[in-house]
Design a binder for this molecule. Structure first.
Ligand code: FAD
Length: 207
């Protein structure tokens, strides 16, 4: 049901996150009221409404850091690790990892664009589960690689010894841990993919 948040008995308490940010709250309802006609949809069919809302939520979580305005990972790697005589990232193993992440980000971005075009702008489909997991993978891997590239400099929390970019790296890495949990964990997305896209039997009902 829809509830008027501006009434006595509703108390949002901010949750402090490990990354230092606090963008949302847990909300307590004590004797708060809602009129009968504020029910959204039919009584006892709230889960159908909830599932549709969750599709919208995860559709908004399908973008992955790595494209757009962020500094390309390969440029950061070259700055910290240096380049070989061909101008490539000096460390061959790191170069492979960075290449893979940059390619994954590109493939994710193109797949996302195609899925959006095919759904005519309606991102709230079951494909959002695939794209949310893929966006999470790309962003978490990038955050891990950033720390690997920066070494100790990527572990600074505050102070002049660390640039803004370095302080942001550790916070993004910590924030990234939440990506595979919020909006439905990665395992729950896999359940949706197997049931709703692949048509596999519901594991909770199988023997
Ligand atoms: C940063 C952040 C922001 C959030 N914002 C909001 C918000 O704005 N509003 C809101 O309502 N909630 C919010 N959440 C809560 C979030 O939706 C839940 O944490 C998430 O859905 C996981 O549920 P849970 O914590 O109850 O874990 P659980 O469901 O207890 O899961 C625990 C573990 O068991 C696994 N698991 C559980 N069930 C299954 C299953 N059937 N099959 C396989 N594995 C399973 C999960 O994958 C997970 O690893 C937020 C969470 C985070 C971290």
């Amino acid at each position: 049901m829809l509830i008027d948040m501006h009434q006595p008995g509703i108390e949002p308490r901010p949750i402090s996150l490990i990354s230092g940010a606090s963008p949302f709250c847990e909300t307590f309802f004590t004797d708060a009221v809602a009129p009968k006609d504020a029910v959204l949809g039919k009584i006892n069919e709230g889960w159908s409404v909830g599932k549709r809302l969750l599709q919208h939520e995860r559709a908004s979580q399908t973008g992955a850091a790595g494209g757009g305005k962020v500094t390309p990972l390969q440029d950061i790697a070259k700055k910290y690790v240096g380049t070989d005589e061909q101008g490539r990232i000096a460390d061959g193993e790191l170069r492979l990892k960075v290449n893979r992440n940059v390619m994954d980000a590109r493939v994710h971005g193109l797949t996302l664009a195609r899925a959006m075009a095919e759904s005519k702008g309606n991102g709230a489909t079951n494909a959002a589960s695939v794209l949310k997991n893929s966006a999470t993978h790309v962003a978490q891997t990038r955050a891990e690689l950033l720390l690997e590239i920066m070494g100790h400099q990527g572990l600074g929390w505050e102070g002049e010894a660390f640039s803004n970019e370095e302080q942001e790296a550790v916070k993004s890495w910590l924030w990234g841990k939440a990506m595979s949990i919020y909006g439905g964990s990665a395992e729950i997305q896999n359940n949706i993919i197997s049931k709703r896209i692949l048509g596999l039997p519901d594991s909770t009902h199988s023997t």
